[in-house]
Design a protein around this ligand. Structure first.
Ligand SMILES: *Cc1c(COP(=O)(O)O)cnc(C)c1O
Length: 427
């Protein structure tokens, strides 16, 4: 816990009315963050043990294999789904999801423009059309009101991206889906262990997709899991990750898909990683909440907004600057934060997905886009307007939250943010 002096320092550091400016570290003043956090090893004996057991097996192939079964068993404890399939990436999980959902050429899938491109790769490969909707200013997640405006007779699904591990407004999105007969796919790649109103993330939509890529909360280098409780889609997940082959029924190919299988060594590592999850995410949830509490009264800042009944697992923390409140630009602000010893960066992805050249040129397949050329869609990504998403990326400041950080560390981070904000406050 925190000493009284530090606590008072942190408080005064974030008090709005304080008139005396502390010297920025950037200008030779003392650094706000006086300690270092040491990220421990992400894997060790449990993973090694799984790998050793794998090597004692006579197969490394996933079907009915012990490591894959163990991973799925542990996965179901954190995301209670009847049907689940391991796969090679989060992108693969999402592709399997849209394929199993029966998304057809020309169908529209509404999603967020601030996400990993993997969210929409499967949509585009199925010859369907990603439709980007605008976001809520404080949560950086889909704004259900704007989503509703973008629903057309061609809309078949919504992919709700729980950005940074902050749950989307699933009640509103589910209501929209029920009203319009849409499928709700949850992109939980950044949201391992998150909870929506107390319920495990991934258990509210029709299909849930997780990534085990190296940068996520838990990992096996690359990997993914896709799950569903829906009797229409769940039984299809296996075949859409496995070249269209139904390993239960056997027989001839009745569906067409690529090979997204995960191997046993990966499954073993991922299974061991799942045992580490709760420690990682409970700490991140608490530290992120503490950071919000500490900076909430600093003028000019918009903290990362999380519903009080939700658990955000802070893949990273993102606050926003109100540009008019500061006499500096975001780059200067971030530079000053770095000098204070704070791990921070400007925004997240450089531009919303649809403003990347491959979208603007509609050049997905050797420079062409068959669904558009054939008239199945008239989508023009040059015309897409998501002004809040643009503003989020232009004003966002990313701050690292790591499970190895102490509460005192976060208080120093908060004090540094407050100091920089007060220093640059517009007169
Ligand atoms: C990482 C990520 C993906 C893609 O996962 P990969 O395993 O890298 O393919 C998809 N969506 C989101 C939100 C992600 O963060």
């Amino acid at each position: 816990m925190l000493g009284g002096t530090l606590a008072r320092a942190a408080e005064s550091g974030s008090s709005a009315g304080s008139s005396n400016k502390l010297a920025l570290a950037l200008e030779g003043g003392p650094k706000s963050v006086t300690q270092r956090f040491k990220a421990g090893p992400r894997w060790g004996e449990p993973e090694r043990d799984q790998l050793n057991r794998t090597l004692e097996q006579d197969t490394l192939f996933y079907w009915k294999a012990p490591r894959t079964n163990l991973l799925l068993e542990k996965f179901r404890k954190i995301c209670p789904v009847q049907h689940a399939m391991t796969c090679s990436s989060g992108t693969a999980a999402l592709h399997i999801a849209v394929a199993a959902a029966g998304i057809a050429p020309g169908d529209e899938v509404i999603t967020s423009p601030i996400t990993d491109i993997g969210t929409v790769i499967g949509v585009i490969y199925q010859q369907a059309v990603p439709v980007f909707a605008d976001l809520v200013p404080g949560t950086y997640n889909l704004d259900p009101t704007d989503v509703a405006k973008r629903i057309t007779p061609k809309t078949k699904a919504i992919i709700a991206v729980h950005l940074c591990g902050n749950p989307c407004d699933l009640t509103a999105l589910k209501t929209l889906c029920d009203r319009h007969g849409l499928i709700l796919i949850e992109d939980c790649a950044q949201a391992w262990g998150a909870r929506y109103r107390g319920q495990p993330i991934g258990s509210i939509g029709h299909i849930a997709c997780f990534s085990l890529q190296n940068s996520k909360h838990i990992t096996c280098g690359d990997g993914g899991v896709v799950g569903s409780n829906d009797a229409r889609f769940g039984p299809l997940l296996q075949r859409f990750g496995d070249k269209g082959f139904d390993r239960i029924k056997g027989g001839l190919f009745e569906s067409f898909a690529t090979n997204y299988r995960m191997t046993e060594p990966q499954a073993g590592i991922a299974a061991a990683q799942l045992d580490r999850l709760e420690n990682i995410v409970s700490r991140r949830a608490r530290l992120g909440g503490l950071l919000t509490e500490q900076i909430t009264s600093v003028p000019g800042l918009i903290p990362h907004e999380v519903h009080p009944e939700d658990r955000c697992v802070y893949w990273f923390y993102m606050l926003r600057l109100r540009p008019a409140a500061f006499g500096c630009d975001r780059a200067q602000f971030v530079k000053a934060l770095a000098a204070e010893g704070i791990e921070a960066g400007a925004g997240y992805i450089p531009v919303p997905l649809h403003r990347n050249p491959v979208f603007l040129k509609h050049g997905f397949f050797a420079g062409r886009w068959p669904v558009r050329e054939s008239g199945l869609t008239s989508m023009d990504y040059n015309q897409v307007q998501c002004s809040e998403a643009e503003a989020i990326l232009q004003t966002g400041v990313r701050v690292t939250i790591h499970e190895a950080m102490s509460e005192q560390y976060i208080r120093e981070v908060a004090a540094g943010i407050a100091k920089v904000a007060r220093h640059f406050a517009a007169a």
